[in-house]
Design a binder for this molecule. Sequence first.
Ligand SMILES: Nc1ncnc2c1ncn2[C@@H]1O[C@H](COP(=O)(O)OP(=O)(O)O)[C@@H](O)[C@H]1O
Ligand SMILES: [Mg+2]
Length: 231
Amino acid sequence: MSDRVLVAENLGKTYPLPKGELRVFEGLGFELERGELAAIMGASGVGKTTFLNLLGALDRPSEGRVLLDGEDLFAGTDREVAGVRNRKIGFVFQVFHLLPEFTALENVSLPLMIRGVPKKEAFLKARDILEEVSLEDKVHSRPSQLSGGEQQRVAIARALVNEPRLLLADEPTGNLDWKTGEKVLRLVLDLHERRGLSSILVTHNEKIARYCHKVYMMEAGELKLLSSLPS
Ligand SMILES: Nc1ncnc2c1ncn2[C@@H]1O[C@H](COP(=O)(O)OP(=O)(O)O)[C@@H](O)[C@H]1O
Ligand SMILES: [Mg+2]
């Protein structure tokens, strides 16, 4: 039997609009096996971010459900759902969403402190993971003092500091130049392997998609499997 970390069943999302509503997709099914690295490609506006936000519990579906380790991700209150997200899911955004007045170390420590980890211990752990993304000499820099690639590495460190098993990255290189983007994607691939993650990567980079076990194309509200390698 396959070991599925994440399962989406009959997933649908409809946004209310000033006049009427926008149905982005409905009846979507998806599975991610443990250790798998999946890429999702597709044109702008098809619903990739909407889909990833549902899988990452950043937004609730209009229909259907998401099972994380066999448990309904949205079963609890908003507060409970946020708690599960903080512990179990690492999310990397296209825009880095770092807090500008905080240093790299403080930004990375936040998910730990939200969980109640004492500051000293949180800082030690944050320092370790910043070292893992080669930012040991930038721990006290604020986001404005860092390059785009460095800011995204801080965001990746923040996503992984709680040691989630699931990593969701939504066009993590969308705001970076090609060469920096390539480096960031390699770091993501590397961390996926090293930390034994199960990961979904929304990307336009076909070269990187070739390193993924599965490549999906989102088109007209559907998710089509383009290629599949054994994981
Ligand atoms: N909060 C929202 N309210 C209304 N419409 C939205 C909202 N977020 C996204 N959309 C719309 O949903 C569609 C899918 O958007 P998105 O998931 O961001 O696509 P992608 O990430 O593939 O570019 C788009 O038409 C977008 O305008
Ligand atoms: Mg998007």
